[in-house]
Structure formats: C-alpha cells, structure tokens
Design a binder for this molecule. Structure first.
Ligand SMILES: Cc1ncc(C[n+]2csc(CCOP(=O)(O)OP(=O)(O)O)c2C)c(N)n1
Length: 201
C-alpha cells in the first residue's frame, strides 16, 4: 500500500522514481495487495511488486497457505510478471532492470516472483525447526543454492575473480564481525532513564 502511494507521488511529480516493495508469499493472502495491484495497473503506476517466495510464512509451508498459481494473481490485473530463480543474483538483476525500464517508460507496474529460501529460523528463538521442515532440506539449499556461492562460482569460472580474492574477503568480513561483537560486549549498559526513549505506544 505504501509503495503504491509512493509510486503515485513519483508519477504526479514526474520524478522518474520507481517504488519497489518486497514481501513474502504469505503476504499473497493479504487483501490490500489486490486493491493496490488493481489501481496500479489502471493508473500505470511506477511500482515493482517483488514477492520473495521462501516457501514458509513463519512456520507454515506455502503448500498450506497458497492455493493455485502465484503468478496468475498479478497477471489477472494485466501486470507483466516474471518468475526467476531468486538465488541467481544475475537473473534477479536482469529482471529487475526490465521492470525499472518499464516503469520509467510509463508502462506501469511489474511483478517479480523470486523463488528463494530462508536459511535460518523466522526469529532467533526459532531453533528447533524439524516440525515444519527437515534438516536435509535446509542443508540442500545451504550447500547448493547459496546465492553468494553461486555468484562466486560464476566469477571464478569466467575468470573475473580468483579463489584468493574470496579468501581475503572472507577473512576481512570475519574480522569485522568479530570486532563488532567485541565492541557490543564491551559497551556499557544503557542508562535506565532511557527506557521510555522512542517509545510511542
Ligand atoms: C496482518 C498480519 N497477520 C499476521 C502477522 C504475523 N506475521 C508476521 S511475519 C508472518 C509471516 C510472513 O510470511 P511471508 O509473507 O511469507 O514473509 P517471510 O517472513 O517469509 O519473508 C506473519 C504471519 C502480521 N505481521 N500481520
């Protein structure tokens, strides 16, 4: 809803901006999506709806939440829709570039359906996940469908990077994360007088 309003604002101001909103496949069950896709299609608003289908809404499989075809939903409003492997960075970039070009050309909204996965729990406490998905499934996605590794593989194959580049990068990032952890652990506790700061309700 907010993205579609932002797109209307961009259109009225002629700013050339494009609004992009990201949501999970669970959000396909929210009525507002259909209200805004309808008006965005009618008014040719510069907005891109990106659905990240990571197969789970919290702890519920997509098979239990989503009937029928996902892409048929935007297509019913005449919204151009592309379905991509969300783990392939280059495929997502190419499809997104086409959608941005369409929006800037005044051709209206697009819908990008990205098939992806959530490697971790829905939140930090979601540790024992065996009751809604198997360790095998998680392992398969982690080892063979990690978008960073897939991109790194392509960079290596095409000679645009060397293994040593990634080793150096990983060492730098590990050091950065460890320094952040140490600094957080060493930081003093906040003053109790700050407890109501930025609390509005
Ligand atoms: C109207 C409403 N109902 C329920 C929730 C609780 N809730 C928070 S996240 C979530 C699942 C979202 O799943 P999905 O849209 O697939 O996004 P993902 O987290 O997988 O990216 C739910 C049901 C909510 N935030 N709002």
């Amino acid at each position: 809803g907010i993205a579609t309003g932002a797109a209307l604002s961009a259109q009225r101001r002629g700013s050339g901006q494009v609004a992009v909103c990201f949501f999970g496949e669970g959000a396909l069950g929210q009525g507002i999506l259909y209200e805004v896709m309808n008006i965005a299609a009618l008014w040719r608003l510069p907005v891109i709806y990106v659905c990240e289908n990571n197969l789970y809404s919290e702890y519920t499989s997509v098979r239990e939440t989503t009937a029928g075809s996902m892409r048929a939903r935007p297509e019913a409003f005449g919204i151009p829709t592309e379905e991509v492997d969300g783990q392939e960075v280059r495929a997502v970039l190419a499809a997104a570039a086409r959608a941005v070009a369409r929006a800037r050309a005044g051709e209206g909204p697009s819908f990008l359906l990205c098939h992806t996965y959530r490697f971790h729990g829905h939140h930090v406490g979601d540790v024992n996940r065996a009751y809604y998905r198997s360790k095998d499934e998680e392992e398969r996605w982690r080892t063979s469908r990690d978008p960073l590794r897939l991109l790194a593989g392509w960079l290596l194959e095409t000679g645009q990077a060397r293994a040593a580049d990634f080793e150096r990068l990983e060492a730098e990032i590990r050091a950065e994360v460890e320094a952040a952890e140490q600094s957080a652990l060493a930081a003093p506790f906040p003053d109790p007088s700050e407890v109501t700061l930025h609390v509005y309700a």
